[in-house]
Design a protein around this ligand. Structure first.
Ligand SMILES: [Zn+2]
Length: 286
């Protein structure tokens, strides 16, 4: 069963596994780190290494069942028509994955886009170009919407995201653009966590004294917990992404029972606490 579910108070969080592929050489994916240190990290964290020391990339989509309904965080790489197919060897499985956990696209009322990279927003549209979650509002940060719109004339991945995904969503009238933190319900809060992209945001969940942090692409390699300054090649602003990693890490170390749910790490759910050497580390939930 590729999809895992945890309970946080009266909320259920399901991690839907969209794709699991070998991406670029892992040392190339994290140019902010010493290459030999990243390669040596395989001993501690073997699950993020693919064949021939590639980055083993999982892309997850998060379904949140809460008292107010169903919320989806991100949409995965998307169908064959998605711009992510320029680099991703296979399409995503969002509609099938929803069915496997007993939901349909019509059930989803809110879609939060953590950021506008095409492995997160690629599944926002169906093959026919209409919203894949047809009854939902799509929430994203204004900073990312504007960043992609400024790229509209380019022929690169961001230009494609605007033309093929964001502009159609805007034309369909389903985009809700927000500025900074936003309390969605008394249990669910979006927090602007910039750096990976200008509008990168994470979802904080709190219910009955339990907490979870859906951290999106704040940490894409678990060694970034001990080394927040080891920026990823996909980080747009290295200093800002480092500052965000430091700030969220400091919170997690004071709330070590928080369930952390990162989009791309080897495991969907875990905790952050120090290893015996004193350095913050990733401890998968089992
Ligand atoms: Zn990503």
């Amino acid at each position: 069963m590729p999809h895992e579910t945890v309970a946080v108070g009266d909320i259920e969080i399901s991690a839907l596994l969209d794709v699991d592929v070998n991406d670029e050489p892992i040392a190339d994916a994290f140019p902010g780190a010493p290459a030999d240190a990243i390669l040596a990290g395989k001993a501690r964290y073997p699950n993020v290494y693919g064949d021939d020391d590639t980055w083993r990339l999982r892309v997850r989509v998060w379904l949140i069942r809460h008292p107010g309904g169903l919320l989806l965080l991100d949409t995965g790489v998307g169908p064959e028509t998605s711009p992510a197919m320029a680099w991703c060897p296979k399409p995503g499985v969002l509609p099938e994955a929803l069915a496997e956990v007993g939901a349909t696209p019509d059930d989803v009322e809110v879609v939060v886009i953590s950021h506008t990279h095409d492995d997160h927003i690629g599944g926002a549209l169906s093959r026919d170009g209409t919203p894949a979650l047809p009854r939902a509002r799509y929430i994203l940060q204004r900073a990312d919407r504007d960043w992609e719109r400024d790229a509209a004339d380019r022929s690169d991945e961001e230009g494609a995201v605007w033309k093929m995904l964001l502009a159609p969503l805007e034309d369909a009238g389903v985009l809700d653009v927000i500025d900074g933190d936003r309390r969605l319900t008394d249990r669910l809060t979006l927090r602007h966590a910039p750096g990976h992209t200008p509008g990168h945001q994470v979802l904080a969940v709190e219910s009955r004294g339990r907490r979870a942090l859906l951290s999106a692409d704040t940490w894409n390699h678990p060694m970034q917990l001990a080394h927040p300054d080891w920026w990823a090649g996909s980080d747009d602003d290295h200093e800002r992404s480092t500052a965000t990693r430091r700030a969220l890490l400091a919170e997690l170390l004071t709330e070590p029972e928080t369930i952390v749910a990162p989009t791309h790490l080897g495991e969907a759910f875990g905790h952050v606490s120090p290893d015996p050497d004193g350095l913050p580390a990733w401890h998968p939930a089992v």
